[in-house]
Design a binder for this molecule. Structure first.
Ligand SMILES: *Cc1c(COP(=O)(O)O)cnc(C)c1O
Length: 361
């Protein structure tokens, strides 16, 4: 007997998500700059909170995430009733697709958009659609031109990954106002903290009924391995998503760790300061070596080489020296390498190895 059951349409079109590599043969502790993680690790306050929470591991966690939502309200001024917490912001993206997009529906995102949009759209049975960007910057007019009566969700990361570029908030206000009624604009805010003076679209969520913002604890809060993110959305949408959310989706450890990190505002501020300084230094250093890069508003820089072969050679050379960066080939950027901004000594190492790669010029 052989099993004849097959997955639903779309599932087999999903290529497995390629995360940043983390191991390098021959290196016990390679320098990992491939996943936009906080190079300083988790905040010690979060580690303590998680250790303490572990003593409560026999108890089921909170189902309403009240503590974390309250903390988000205090620290970021968000309305706790408009927040839904997820297993990373990835789960919010997944829930949005599950709830709002199915067979025959389209999920739209920019050309170089984050890999999870396609995966989540296909997993929901919907059709992924991309709109072209202009020189690695999201083009709102191209997005609008790609909207059809079947479009349900539009995902745009701002700042964007892997390009690091961003659009002004006004572009999203304008876009949201011009969308047809049947679609939602999702502002993916994984890197919002790194963009000075930008609220990620929180106010826009509060004033419109067709905008959703997602945020994460995986980047500046140093908790990528703990998996906590959240969505900020009109209440009707929160009510819909809550119906499909697993009641115990977040562990007590995750909830406590995230809340402690959120409240550790000095630690976060310092990480942001170092990132801003080091991002400028890495960008300047790359340009000095003749490696082009756009100004980044996030915690990584996209280095552009003359072609794919040169990017591959630079990647191989970095690996030979124990440094792992990300080759964003699946994002339509085969001539680029995405380098996470590290600690000062890490960025020195990257620049030193690339200087060696370029040779005397
Ligand atoms: C890192 C990242 C996320 C965050 O994913 P989590 O599931 O919260 O870890 C979301 N969107 C983009 C564009 C990212 O780069």
């Amino acid at each position: 007997m052989s099993v004849t059951i097959t997955p639903k349409p779309g599932i087999l079109e999903i290529a497995l998500y390629q995360g940043g590599e983390s191991a390098l043969p021959g290196f016990v502790a390679p320098l990992k700059l491939s996943s936009n993680e906080n190079p300083f690790g988790p905040p010690p306050s979060a580690v303590s909170a998680m250790a303490e929470a572990a003593t409560m591991a026999h108890r089921y966690p909170s189902t309403d995430h009240k503590g974390l939502r309250q903390a988000l309200s205090e620290i970021h001024g968000l309305d706790p009733e408009r927040i839904i917490c997820g297993v990373g912001s990835d789960e919010i993206i997944t829930m949005l697709c599950q709830a709002y997009a199915g067979p025959g529906d389209e999920v739209l995102y920019p050309e170089h958009g984050f890999g999870m949009y396609r995966i989540s759209a296909l997993a929901a049975g919907a059709t992924p659609v991309t709109a072209p960007e202009t020189d690695r910057v999201v083009d709102p007019e191209a997005i609008l031109a790609a909207v059809t009566e079947r479009t349900r969700l539009i995902f745009i990361a701002n700042p964007a990954n892997p390009t690091g570029t961003m659009l002004p908030l006004a572009a999203f206000e304008d876009l949201a106002a011009r969308l047809p009624d049947q679609c939602l604009l999702v502002m993916d805010g994984a890197y919002v903290e790194y963009a000075d003076g930008y609220d990620g679209g929180a106010k826009l969520v509060e004033t419109r009924d067709n905008v959703v913002m997602t945020r994460t604890f995986s980047k500046v809060y140093g908790l990528g391995g703990v998996r906590v993110g959240y969505g900020y959305a009109p209440r009707e949408i929160i009510e819909v998503l809550t119906r499909i959310r697993g009641p115990f989706n977040l562990s007590t450890m995750a909830l406590m760790g995230a809340e402690a990190a959120l409240r550790d505002t000095d630690w976060v501020a310092k990480a942001l300061r170092v990132n801003a300084d080091e991002r400028a230094r890495l960008t300047g250093g790359l340009r000095q070596l003749g490696v082009a890069c756009d100004d980044s508003a996030a915690n990584f820089v996209l280095a552009r080489f003359s072609d794919e072969a040169e990017a591959d050679a630079a990647d191989a050379h970095l690996k030979k020296r124990g440094i792992i960066v990300r080759a964003p080939k699946s994002y339509g950027l085969p001539h680029c390498l995405r380098i996470t901004v590290g600690r000062p000594q890490d960025n020195d190492a990257v620049l030193g190895v690339l200087r060696e790669f370029r040779g005397p010029r």
